[in-house]
Design a protein around this ligand. Structure first.
Ligand SMILES: Nc1ncnc2c1ncn2[C@@H]1O[C@H](COP(=O)(O)OP(=O)(O)OP(=O)(O)O)[C@@H](O)[C@H]1O
Length: 292
């Protein structure tokens, strides 16, 4: 099972949303990480055939997905970013409706719907209206509809947005259960979410791939360049100008700081274990914010 993206471009009138995107996905969970507007949704829409590339190719096991057409569409499960389930429907009604749209026969739906509801932990609320669901429950019903046709490729656009910590854990368990047999691609702009779920990352900025690799491999790039220290406001100002400051914590007139870059002269520099967030901020994937 292999999904190959080759020199993909997408333009909207004046905007070039994707530029020369190439990568290959095999079984496993991949994170697509990038700031708002980086091009994540555009790429996912094209991979799901909801939209088309301006230039370039996508192949599944060596055949162009446009040639595979319906056959490819049957392999795909897609949860778009703005996932508005029909609020007046019950969870079960909604899945029946989505199943019909996907062309799944009625007798098969009778078996599959209770299974997927069980899988995403919503079996006990099958007859409740979706409008009464929490954000996390709505995302889970979104995943349920995406997996109904037993897709080989699962594409989830910002699936963890708005989830509380408990729901995040539940969600990452659901994904890791599925990724053994599938290609799972999920997007986010939240570094900590992706760190817990994906094995491999595609970092995207302004429509271009900055880097692709396993998380520990990416994090290794900044080893030896991540520091913590406690400074006063003057030193903090200098640090902010000259290094990438990642995190701040106020303590009794002083500020505890984590920064990335070379060791800083005239202050105590404590070398610390690098994280994905450290990598992300120095590669320029994430625009630096003033206030952390
Ligand atoms: N239909 C469209 N028409 C014109 N421009 C678009 C359209 N869809 C997306 N864009 C532009 O393409 C760029 C990439 O957008 P996209 O939604 O793919 O980014 P994203 O990484 O998913 O961001 P977000 O997390 O905010 O959804 C943005 O500059 C966006 O404004």
């Amino acid at each position: 099972m292999e999904l190959k993206v080759k020199n993909l471009y997408k333009s909207y009138k004046k905007k070039e949303a994707l530029k020369d995107i190439s990568f290959e996905l095999k079984k496993g969970t991949y994170g697509l990480l990038g700031e708002n507007g980086a091009g994540k949704s555009t790429l996912m829409r094209i991979l799901s055939t909801v939209d088309f590339a301006t230039k370039g190719k996508i192949q599944y096991d060596g055949t162009d997905i446009l040639t595979l057409d319906e056959e490819y569409r049957n392999l795909i499960g897609y949860m778009p970013q703005d996932y508005n389930v029909y609020p007046g429907f019950t969870a079960k009604d909604f899945l029946e409706y989505m199943g019909a749209l996907k062309g799944i026969p009625k007798d098969k739906l009778k078996v599959i719907i209770p299974e997927v509801l069980e899988f995403v932990n919503l079996a006990d609320v099958a007859k409740k209206k979706v409008k009464t669901f929490s954000g996390g429950m709505k995302r889970r019903i979104g995943i349920a509809q995406a997996i109904m046709n037993e897709p080989k490729i699962l594409i989830l656009d910002e699936p963890t947005a708005g989830l509380d910590p408990k729901e995040r854990i539940r969600f990452s368990n659901i994904i890791s259960d599925m990724s053994k047999e599938k290609i799972v691609l999920l997007s986010t702009h939240i570094v900590s979410d992706i760190e817990a779920i994906a094995n491999e990352l595609i970092v995207i900025k302004n429509g271009e791939i900055l880097e692709m690799g396993e998380i520990p491999q990416l994090t290794e790039h900044v080893r030896g360049n991540v520091w913590e220290t406690t400074v006063d406001q003057d030193a903090l100002k200098r640090l902010r100008k000259e290094r990438s400051v990642i995190r701040l914590k106020q303590t009794a007139g002083k500020v505890q700081v984590r920064f990335v870059g070379e060791q800083y002269p005239d202050i105590e520099n404590l070398s610390v274990e690098p994280t994905l967030e450290d990598y992300y901020i120095v590669t320029g994937g994430m625009d630096q914010k003033e206030d952390y």
